[in-house]
Design a protein around this ligand. Structure first.
Ligand code: SAM
Length: 253
């Protein structure tokens, strides 16, 4: 007798929904989510769907009815609670859209808790479409079977970021001048010296200007770190810094 196939199947479509989910409830999904389920994924009555709410966790649901405009599902069981993520805040300077999308997507995959975008003098972009940013993050989380979403904040100036920075958090400042300055430690060593909460500040394509570098250097909780002897693109530096931090102080150990 073969083993009973697992339910829900791993291939079941995954979606983040609001508000929070409850056992046994019937939830109606409409708009783009109904279109995705019924037109793209071709789900029908009795099929399984996995729903997450970034609050209670991940639920298995069964489709009760599937139409062009809406899909009704019944919550069957909770599969996993919302995952805990390390208290890391990524503070990336705004980049041109495709590259900043990459930063949002990789930050979600790598498990940051918050994303606080910064507008600095050399930023090419000076605004962020928040709805689109939340869509990029949500899709990244759905594709990687995450049960938690990073919180995204409206972009602020560097001075505002420093003014609002929580007193108990270190701000690691990725300083590309670190290669020429022994006083700036390698990130892997420096990160391991401070427990979370922590932040990582990464500059834009053109880097920080001298006044900004001085402002950050003068900030009590800022610590400059080097990401090695080569200048990295902003999005590369962001991914590298997050990975090093997750390995040193996050939940990869
Ligand atoms: N100003 C740099 C230049 O034109 O030579 C380019 C800045 S780099 C493209 C963008 C950001 O990535 C920098 O502001 C810094 O935060 C980070 N970064 C890049 N390479 C780095 C390194 N080797 N060490 C530390 N941070 C680095």
């Amino acid at each position: 007798m073969g083993a009973t196939p697992a339910w829900p199947p791993r291939s079941a479509p995954r979606l983040f929904v609001t508000p929070a989910l409850e056992a046994g409830e019937h939830r109606v999904l409409d708009g783009p989510q109904a279109h995705y389920l019924s037109r793209v994924m071709r789900i029908g009555e009795g099929d399984a769907v996995i729903l997450c709410d970034d609050a209670t966790g991940e639920w298995a649901a069964r489709v009760l009815s599937a139409g062009k405009r809406d899909v009704t599902v019944e919550l069957v069981e909770r599969l996993r609670p919302r995952e805990d993520v390390p208290d890391l805040t990524l503070c990336p300077a705004l980049l041109k859209k495709p590259r900043f999308d990459q930063v949002l997507e990789k930050a979600t995959e790598l498990g940051v808790a918050k994303i606080r975008p910064v507008v600095t003098r050399r930023c090419v972009a000076d605004a962020l479409n928040m709805e689109r940013a939340r869509t990029v993050v949500t899709e990244a989380a759905e594709q990687c079977a995450r049960t938690a979403l990073p919180e995204i904040f409206e972009p602020v100036s560097l001075s505002q970021l420093l003014r609002q920075w929580p007193e108990d958090a270190v701000m690691w400042f990725a300083d590309e001048q670190g290669a020429d300055d022994e006083a700036i430690p390698p990130a892997a060593r420096a990160f391991a010296e401070r427990l979370p909460p922590a932040g990582i500040l990464i500059g834009p394509e053109g880097g920080f200007d001298d006044a900004e570098r001085e402002e950050v250097r003068g900030f009590l909780q800022a610590r400059p770190v080097s990401l090695g002897p080569r200048i990295l693109r902003a999005e590369t530096a962001t991914i590298a810094a997050m990975a090093i931090w997750m390995g040193a102080m996050g939940d990869w150990t």
